[in-house]
Design a protein around this ligand. Sequence first.
Ligand SMILES: [Zn+2]
Length: 83
Amino acid sequence: MSQHSSRGPAWEALRKAVLERDGYICQHCGAEATDADHLIPKAMGGTDVMENLVASCKPCNSKRGAKLLVRSAGVNARWLDAL
Ligand SMILES: [Zn+2]
């Protein structure tokens, strides 16, 4: 049994709180957000706290990595899209 996104009720509550804080707007592209994304990936030491989470749409949430980290740092890097 392999659910696509089975992070448990705690994550669902946290995700909803993040979405409400950010007004259900993707903090990466401004589209409607349906998910929450880690600013610092858990693999890099990030944790499941509000400060490390932003509202994100599905396309943005699926393309993680350096791009999101740079954007999260407040860099208006349109050239990143060309990478
Ligand atoms: Zn987005």
